[in-house]
Design a protein around this ligand. Structure first.
Ligand code: PLP
Length: 645
């Protein structure tokens, strides 16, 4: 396959990059980080010390190829990650200053959202200036968190179920001066924390996780409300307070935790949830707990659709509005009770990392939704039904389009039925299907001239779209599209001053009918196809799936043994150059085999025996055996995706 073209073809007179930007809605979902250049390429825009710098994505892809990093590749842009942490912290700082709030914000990044070492390290390093901390949900994540050199004011929030080992590690961290909080998920955990704290002689920093009654909108509504599986009921919170009082440890209860769900699209839910949490906070202060920290969990959304609405994959608020709403709601509840303002903690994951990663892949092949058909004249003795189909084809007209379509469908199905009963030949069936396709083709051509298109025919264009086969695995790189019908912005990264003419769906490399993308966000709502460009011979066509930094890298699986993709971390400089700060080559076949309990050396040895047997049976020569064994060894070292030669 050839290198991608980064040359800028002359714009078509009736189409330019502005039209592409509108079509794909990039200015709405790109949040300023992504746009289309006049040359027709997606560009990344970042702020380098107050200077706006733009870099062509197609150029980065060409540079990756030159370094042997082929598609598919996850591209992480360090500047965007840093910017996300900065805006989150600065938005809270501004809301705090503007409202005269008498305490500070301490963000913590939930490691589970993207646990990759370089992501967590980047967040910890850049976040240090803001005293940004980490949230962990398991022992393994605590081990990661404790290895990061956080600022001494940075918090480590320990969620998730805990055993003695987890608790001991957190207590030791506290002893070393790290503000490591245990958030109690169950009452049993409290008994264990008290026991371990006494055994080690270290008092814990404690929080309680609350199950609030408010149910939020969006996909994660079940994380909130009375039926949520996480957190303590009000009665359990009271029992925790009583137990702590009896143990003489009520002074350790410092934090109230409440996570209402991820991707909360509606700001009114945030406000109501904070008000409810504050009532509990006030209640705990009244019970005599010192408190001081209010942790509102995650939930700050990402506008994947760029629609600015309260639909599941969008959000009807901006980040600064989110911060102001939280600050004001706390003041509104606690000020009349004369309770000191707590440190505000949030565990924003999605909003921190989503924008900074994108998946890039090339298109391998296209299967036309409406293949070109060649119609031969019908033989003299052709079946009546075939003649009827031919008549329908000859008589298509806009006023009777629906009727023509119904008739063609009826006759095609009749021939299929006849074939079923042995009364039509294979050739006759093929002729009927070709005639039917020709009818569809004629209808599709006339649709744009129709004043009112019947709904059934309107849907046809989406049903007849092309399939573009992409060099990626949905299950490995975009699992949420399959698991929770998540929408991500998707578009070609180049040729954007050429009109895209092919409505298409995307299929991945797995042999699974779920390995497809057939829901796309567009400025006029969700569509079942995406307009793409016809492939050009000898030129790669590259597509980007944007905003995939949250959850996708961690939740992917090995369906069909497609492994981790290549990853490149790019840092953009203020002169418009960029550094490949890190590059990781994706899994080799030997790697993925070992993940599923094969020992690559043993597999190789077993194949040698198969080859040896073939020599003994006279099927291959010894020289051929050598070539075949070498090909097998090379495969074991190869990328699990399709490679360019
Ligand atoms: N905190 C907790 C306890 C969570 O369960 C989650 C994810 O669901 C988060 C934080 C991160 O949420 P988000 O990615 O919406 O910021």
């Amino acid at each position: 396959m050839s290198q991608p073209s980064v040359a800028n073809p002359l714009p078509e007179p009736d189409w330019d990059s502005t039209r592409s930007a509108q079509l794909y809605g990039i200015d709405a979902w790109g949040a300023g980080y992504f746009s289309v250049s006049p040359g027709g390429e997606v560009q990344i825009n970042v702020d380098c010390d107050g200077k706006q710098v733009s870099v062509s994505l197609a150029k980065i892809v060409a540079d990756m190829h030159a370094r042997g990093l082929h598609m598919p590749t996850v591209l992480r842009i360090r500047n965007i990650l840093h910017h996300r942490i900065s805006v989150l912290n600065e938005s809270f700082a501004k809301a705090i200053a503007d409202n005269g709030y008498r305490n500070v914000y301490r963000g913590v990044y939930p490691i589970k959202v993207n646990q990759q070492c370089h992501v967590v390290e980047d967040i910890s390093n850049h976040g240090r200036r803001y005293h940004h901390g980490l949230e962990v949900g398991s022992k393994a994540e605590l081990v990661i968190a404790l290895s990061q050199q956080l600022h001494s004011h940075g918090l480590v929030i320990c969620n998730g179920y805990k055993d003695a080992e987890y608790i001991d590690l957190g207590l030791y961290a506290h002893r070393m001066g790290i503000a490591c909080f245990f958030v109690l998920e169950t009452l049993n955990e409290l008994e264990l924390v008290i026991e371990r704290s006494r055994a080690l002689g270290i008092e814990p920093l404690l929080g309680v996780r609350l199950k609030i009654s408010l149910e939020v909108d969006g996909h994660w509504s079940k994380d909130s409300g009375d039926r949520s599986i996480f957190g303590l009921s009000t009665a359990a919170v009271m029992r925790a307070v009583d137990t702590l009082r009896q143990a003489g440890l009520l002074h350790c209860l410092r934090l109230l935790h409440c996570h209402m769900g991820s991707q909360i699209p509606n700001i009114r839910n945030v406000r109501s949830g904070v008000l409810e949490a504050c009532r509990y906070y006030a209640g705990l202060v009244e019970e005599g707990a010192p408190m001081g920290y209010l942790d509102l969990g995650g939930g700050l959304a990402v506008d994947y659709e760029g629609a600015n609405t309260n639909s599941t994959h969008s959000m009807n608020y901006r980040m600064d509005e989110y911060c102001v709403n939280i600050v004001e709601s706390i003041q509104e509840t606690l000020d009349p009770l004369e309770i000191s303002h707590p440190v505000i903690v949030t565990e924003s994951g999605r909003a921190t990392v989503a924008y900074s990663s994108l998946l890039l892949f090339n298109i391998l092949n296209v299967s036309a939704g409406l293949p070109e058909v060649q119609l031969d004249p019908l033989p003299e003795d052709a079946h009546d039904t075939l003649r009827n189909l031919e008549t329908v084809l000859a008589s298509i007209e806009p006023a009777k389009m629906q009727e023509n379509y119904n008739d063609a469908l009826f006759y095609r199905d009749e021939v299929r039925e006849l074939f079923h009963h042995g009364q039509a030949s294979l050739r006759e069936r093929a002729t009927a299907e070709n005639l039917f396709l020709a009818v569809l083709d004629t209808i599709m051509r006339q649709l744009p001239n129709m004043h009112r298109v019947p709904p059934e025919l309107r849907d046809l264009s989406e049903q007849l779209c092309d399939t573009y086969y992409g060099n990626f695995s949905l299950f490995q790189s975009l699992p949420d599209i399959w698991a929770i019908r998540q929408l991500f912005p998707i578009m070609p990264i180049h040729r954007l001053n050429e009109r895209p003419t092919r409505p298409a769906i995307l299929a991945d490399l797995t042999c699974d009918c779920d390995g497809r993308i057939d829901r796309f966000t567009t400025p006029d709502g969700e569509h079942h196809s995406l307009l793409l460009h016809p492939l050009k011979p000898d030129e790669d066509y590259h597509v980007g799936v944007f905003l995939v930094g949250a959850y996708q890298e961690t939740l992917g699986d090995l369906h069909n043994l497609f492994g981790d993709t290549n990853v490149v971390n790019v840092a953009i400089n203020d002169d418009g150059t960029y550094d490949f700060a890190c590059e990781f080559h994706g899994d080799q076949i030997a790697d993925v085999l070992s993940y599923v309990e094969y020992e690559p050396r043993q597999v190789q040895e077993k194949f040698r025996l198969v080859a040896e047997q073939a020599v003994r049976d006279g099927k291959i020569s010894v020289a051929e055996r050598q070539i075949i064994l070498q090909a097998y060894r090379d495969s074991l070292q190869g990328y699990t995706y399709l490679e360019a030669h």
